[in-house]
Design a protein around this ligand. Sequence first.
Ligand SMILES: [Zn+2]
Length: 489
Amino acid sequence: MGPAWPQRSALPALGEGEAISVAAERQLGDRIIRELYRDPDYLEDAVLDEYIHKLWTPLVDAAASRGELSPELRERFAWRILLGKDRSVNAFALPGGYLGVHLGLIAVVTSRDELASVLAHELSHVTQRHIARQMEAQGRMTPWVIGSLILGALAASKNPQATQALVVGGQAAAIQSQLSYSRDMEREADRIGFGVLSEAGYDPRGFVTMFGKLQQAAGVNDNGSYPYLRSHPLTTERIADMQSRLPLGVAITGGLQDMEQAMVSARARVLSQSQVDSLRAWTQLPVNLPAQATSAQKAGALYAATLAHQLLREPEAARQQWQNLQSLTTRNTAAARLSRLLGAELQAARGEYPQVVQALQPSSMTPRWPRPELVATAQSLAHLPTHPATNTVVQQLRQQVQGNPHDAQAWNLLATLLAGQGQKLGSLRAEGEAQLARMDLQGALDRFRAAQDVARLGRLQAGDHIEASIVDTRVRQIQEQLREMQKER
Ligand SMILES: [Zn+2]
């Protein structure tokens, strides 16, 4: 299933031939993202989200410190990555500083440097305003049309049937040519991306080995699972150019894969290919390892097998593989942590919720819990209404959304826990904020109005007066926004 096509009224109008402003590009990105959030392929996964943003943030910082990213753009664009469950190897920049990454890409990389090189290239398309320049070149197209084209192209990139539908509509070729970057833009994204990658502390050889990997795959794989290649044609010239930027005498190797990367890739692989046959194959990985396998390869195989058994609902086999993973990773902090999180996932699936809360409890007095631990703990507490840890976790979730108001998942968990505590008003407000974070204005308005009803009818608890006044403000803001959109219709 591809993303739904937006309604005509859902996109801002723009004068013909007018250059697109930063604000208009962000607005267009927001509307596209709103559709992507509703796509069944959209994936909320705290472990993978954290990993990809950990790679992404230093790149954005490096682009800013090199002067590639203006303070205005940094302030007004979203700089957020959305994950798609699709197995195809793809990453794409969207208007407004959003990036889409398919799990297939995370699954094929062998090092963080390779993954970061793709992100750096896409980031540079954004910082160089390539999307805005494309849109200017499409002078006569309204942003609505451009938004539709982008969504259509995204659907086509992963669903062969959607491509068919577009061909029938006679639009496919036109879409491809209108949305693809020029060769000059590609060269610029390579050149600037390379600098940003190095500045951020990654090994720039990642750029070259990633190219090599994509080229090799292109030769053997023609089933359409590498749409990244279609939008970024690899030329010998581009590869040679990247090689020439490396210092002389540097050997071009893939670099050593670390355990953490291997486990994250394994997770992406299993979640993007989770039909029963594939899951069966993943469970066999540890058995089929070559004798000289590295510990990273072993960790990846055990992680994949554990998760696959889990998804096949074979808890005992999952537990056995997980114990092997546990003993393999004890001396590697990052790998041991991923293993602990996976173990908690197994416990939650067995309904052992108090054990999850126990297992993921931060060991020291950390002011802020890491997000994956917080999310998993809150999910378990949703089944334990009177658990003593609930107050602490509610407090942690409040801190999380204060720092990241766009964290819809955290808002939703907060809503659930508050409802369990009988805090109806706060819970409805949190639900509204979650809808708002996903750009669903009408859905948010419904929740905030329900919250207003509670405030009018119910007896307010401590803190509710503040909630009630925030809710009133939100209702006014959204009504204003909806009126603006009505005018643009
Ligand atoms: Zn590109």
